[in-house]
Design a protein around this ligand. Structure first.
Ligand code: HEC
Ligand code: HEC
Length: 232
């Protein structure tokens, strides 16, 4: 007890000193360490065999530029969003399943990956990826659906109470860092799969996307996914 007390006194004394010098340093000392992009890069490229972390590069490509549509591009995505997704692939304390399941309702391949990451790893990876350039963005593939896709993107589908995607994901699809993810340059088939996953309740139930996708037809989903991918 005595030791605990003296440690507490010491700790609060220290905090007090730091606070007196600079409030921002005091906040850092009390909170988590600052994300380290260099550590994120290393883990991304090499993984960590000792801890069972698979190198992300093997699926998501060099610096987050994926060459396989089923594995999303991660470069230039907002770090807050990436971090949140990595967390959502894990089973959080007290929960039975991750809040983000795979598109077919079974656990996502990412759940095994995220399970071996620490919170600091996730922050480091997210910050590293957010700093990378999307060097080979995916493009739209269907001319026939551009008109419908553009209509939904810009104005939503009022008949079905679907809001304009542009309102949150920004007119050029770049997203709004910290709130809404980038969709421009993402693979159309990945976007389509995710919209169906929101709709089926396999991902982020309770988020606006679950409600929005729930009101969309397959045709609407396909058209707007293709259109969003091609935005710049
Ligand atoms: C075996 C291939 C594979 C490996 C290795 C892998 N991923 Fe993934 N990742 C995927 C697939 C497939 C998805 C889409 C999964 C889904 O929606 O269920 C995905 C999705 C993600 C997402 C969500 C992206 C978004 O736009 O919402 C993030 C973030 C992510 N991965 C980060 C990582 C990181 C960081 C690593 C390394 C620690 C990693 N991945 C390793 C295959 C992989
Ligand atoms: C009210 C704001 C809002 C509107 C409007 C909105 N979104 Fe979203 N969207 C979000 C949020 C928030 C997320 C992140 C959800 C999460 O945390 O999983 C998201 C995520 C997504 C994702 C997942 C991206 C990824 O990398 O996995 C897709 C795809 C998407 N939205 C497509 C659309 C489309 C298409 C529309 C228009 C029909 C639309 N959104 C309208 C807020 C919005």
């Amino acid at each position: 007890m005595k030791r605990v007390l003296s440690r507490l006194v010491l700790a609060s004394g220290l905090l007090f000193c730091v606070a007196a010098v600079s409030p921002s340093i005091a906040a850092d000392a009390a909170g988590p360490a600052k994300p380290d992009a260099a550590k994120g890069a290393q883990l991304y490229e090499q993984g960590d065999a000792a801890r069972g972390v698979v190198a992300c590069v093997s699926c998501h490509g060099a610096a987050g530029n994926s060459t396989i549509p089923v594995n999303p591009n991660l470069a230039a995505q907002a770090h807050e969003y990436l971090y949140k997704q990595l967390l959502s692939f894990r089973i959080l304390e007290g929960a039975k399943a991750p809040t983000r399941m795979g598109a077919d309702g079974s656990p996502s391949v990412m759940s095994a990956m995220a399970g071996s990451l620490t919170d600091a790893d996730m922050q480091n990876l997210a910050v590293y990826l957010a700093q990378q350039k999307l060097t080979a963005p995916a493009t739209a593939t269907s001319e026939k659906t551009v008109e419908l896709g553009q209509k939904i993107w810009r104005a939503g589908n009022p008949d079905r109470n679907v809001p304009a995607c542009a309102g949150c994901h920004s007119p050029n699809g770049a997203g709004i860092p910290s709130q809404y993810p980038r969709l421009s340059g993402q693979y159309p088939s990945y976007i389509e799969t995710q919209l169906k996953s929101f709709r089926a309740g396999n991902r982020a139930v309770g988020s606006p996307m679950h409600q929005i996708a729930d009101r969309m037809s397959d045709t609407d989903i396909k058209a707007v996914s293709d259109y969003a991918a091609g935005l710049r």
